[in-house]
Design a protein. Sequence first.
Length: 260
Amino acid sequence: MLRVTAVACLKDNYAYLLEDGSGELAVVDASEEGPVLAAMAGTEGRLTAIFSTHHHYDHVGGNNELVSEYRDVRVFGYETDKGRIPGQTEFLRDGQTFRWGKTTFKVLHIPGHTLGAVAYVAEDAVFTGDTLFLAGCGRLFEGSPAMMFRSLNDVLASLDESTRVFCGHEYTISNLAFSATVEPSNTQVAERLARARELRKHNEATVGSQLREELATNPFLRCHSSEIRDAMKLGAHAPDVEVFAALRRAKDTFRAPTPT
């Protein structure tokens, strides 16, 4: 069974320490060395792999330091990110599967946030980097709305609804606050926002929720909603991708209200 430990890094990033009983350890998105090494200190395994979801520095900033400490570590990333991910040794393709420890991973190419973004799927978990957030999605730095819409709605949303989502940042409260403004009658959004606020009050991570929650509360997976379409001033006949693009523009300038 794959064990996933969220490791808080930088201001609001998450790296993930993976254990599967093989004696090997892996890290998803090694943002910085210190917190990862601290998390590893409580284990008996040895680091053998780094899985990078994309090339942005806040997801790969610790790669070189970890590689220098563990010289046989493999660094995974998408094939087009060659030269952009520090220490990369494995150049992945869409749909590829590979073995690490006792665990089989499948690679999904999910461009939009960046052109080389990938998700790693293993057992009941998916690591989505900055593409799918809890109740949100990443900004479009390199890709188009059509790319991101497909990555979210055709690729990630097609996974089993029980899949646990582990994303790159703790943005959940702000994302849900935005969701509440564009689909105010969605009671599941309000309930999820209350739970997220309670978790963060105790400095607990919100990550690891099931995909079915995203399908019920994430506006970027709900472009069919008539209420969201009304909020974006788009009618029933507007293509879903047009609704998505309007949502992303609105989220780019959204500022969550401060709880009173």
